[in-house]
Write a protein that binds this ligand. Structure first.
Ligand code: EPZ
Length: 420
């Protein structure tokens, strides 16, 4: 297996181009199931999860031509409606095909996505909403068997919890449903907003885009035509590289980014001492020499994102003072803590709260990635650790970071990708 070898460095310098958002690309690729034409998607990131979902669509009978950062998807040739365990087990976001397949074909089988490293990750809210829309749902031999032979019926849905892929799934299910569906307590993440915007621009009228109450006007079973579109920038990748600038006290610029998606992340970096210069699609970080401690609680957008928690925890090890980081969304999203402690971080965990007593001098060693964002936290720590750090199991990193090694190397990191 591959691993990353990093040398602690003094600073980074230059510009990093941000790729398209993984978590926008996944629902947008699933959305192609609602279309009857070939769809051209631009600015897709080169990450494993995208390849996995395109493979899933191909297994259903669609054709996907993925070249450079664009793909042409034609789902008019889909004949299968079963998403099998071998694919779903590698990426739980495969659940995103359930709503589109069910609303278009009237039946669908999707392997129950298991939990993952960061938590149980149930899909009960997805299933409950589809049942309210008239689907009959059964769980058999580890598969979700859903059927709605006369199509789905628009209705009012109230989510007990804010769920990002749950909102995306139901928006897509409602797109071809008979009548209108109002989703209350909807997710407002930019990735959900873009899905709604693309549907709204291509024949599915949606009111309340960007708010917690969405009304989807279904097409009564008619597939739609979707014109080509460009995926929004990845705000989590962008936030990760801004943390790289902050932790190494480097003036880094990130380009092809949407600053307005990073409000809560920039605010926390400012609290820790950094300042920023922004243009329409770039952000330059001007880091302080002394990093201030911070209090963070992860919540749904537009509050501080759980997907940035691990990166800020690594940054907090370099702050002068005690930082408190509370993880509110997932029950097991602190697995990076033990690896950071092995590098010399002074962190105590008490349930969902991590207390980081900085400033810690970190030393390079062998560490193990456990999940996508934990991996990036280890990269950040390795950038400032004394000596060499080897980060193993970087297949986690490959799921969501497009050419991370090359992007960091281009701004001066001493980083190699080696084989065990
Ligand atoms: C999406 O996951 C993202 N993944 C995650 O990013 C992100 O961490 C998460 O949203 C929160 O922002 C994609 O978009 C592909 P949720 P999702 O449903 O949709 C509970 C990354 O690093 N819940 O919003 O699966 C759930 O257990 C990944 O890129 C239910 O109880 O998350 C959690 O506590 C990791 N029942 C909370 O809601 C359900 O049916 C939020 O989960 C669904 C969710």
């Amino acid at each position: 297996m591959d691993y990353l070898q990093l040398e602690g460095i003094k600073s980074l310098n230059g510009t990093i181009k941000i790729s398209g958002a993984k978590n926008a690309s996944l629902p947008l690729i699933a959305m192609t199931i609602l279309a009857k034409n070939s769809i051209h998607i631009k600015n897709l990131p080169h990450v494993v999860d995208i390849n996995t979902l395109l493979k899933l669509l191909t297994n259903l009978g669609a054709t996907c031509d993925f070249r450079d950062d664009r793909v042409v998807v034609d789902t008019s040739t889909i004949t299968e409606t079963k998403a099998t365990y071998d694919i779903v087990k590698t990426m739980r976001a495969s659940i995103l095909v359930l709503g589109p397949i069910l609303t278009r074909f009237g039946h669908c089988e999707v392997s129950l996505p298991g939990g993952c490293a960061i938590g149980q990750r149930p899909v009960d809210l997805h299933l409950k909403a589809l049942e309210q829309m008239g689907a009959s749902i059964a769980i058999k031999n580890g598969y979700i068997e859903a059927s709605a032979p006369n199509g789905l019926k628009g209705c009012p849905i109230i989510f007990d919890k804010i769920t990002v892929t749950g909102t995306a799934n139901i928006v897509m299910a409602a797109a071809l449903a008979h009548g209108n569906t109002t989703i209350t307590n909807a997710a407002r993440e930019p990735e959900v907003v873009q899905l709604c915007e693309i549907l709204n621009a291509n024949g599915v009228k949606i009111d309340g885009i960007g708010t917690a109450v969405l009304t989807v006007h279904g097409t009564n079973g008619k597939c739609i035509d979707i014109q080509e579109f460009t995926v929004i920038p990845d705000r989590i990748e962008a936030g990760t590289y801004l943390c790289a600038g902050a932790i190494t006290h480097s003036e880094l610029t990130i380009s092809h980014v949407e600053p307005k998606h990073l409000g809560s992340v920039l605010a926390k970096l400012e609290e820790m001492g950094s300042t920023f210069t922004q243009t329409e699609d770039t952000i330059t970080i001007h880091p302080s020499q002394n990093i201030k401690p911070v209090k963070i609680t992860t919540q749904e957008y537009p509050a501080f994102p759980t997907d940035m928690q691990a990166q800020f925890l690594a940054l907090a090890t370099q702050a002068d003072g005690v930082s408190i980081i509370e993880e509110r969304l997932f029950e097991n999203r602190f697995m990076h803590v033990s690896e950071l402690q092995r590098m010399g971080a002074d962190i105590t965990l008490n349930g969902s709260v991590a207390t980081v007593s900085g400033k810690n001098s970190l030393s390079g060693t062998d560490v193990m990635a456990t999940d996508l964002r934990a991996s990036s936290a280890l990269v950040l720590a390795a950038l400032v650790a004394e000596g060499t750090t080897n980060i193993h199991r970087i297949y986690h990193l490959d799921r969501g970071y497009d050419r991370l090694k090359e992007k960091l190397e281009d701004v001066g990191a001493k980083i190699k990708r080696l084989k065990d």
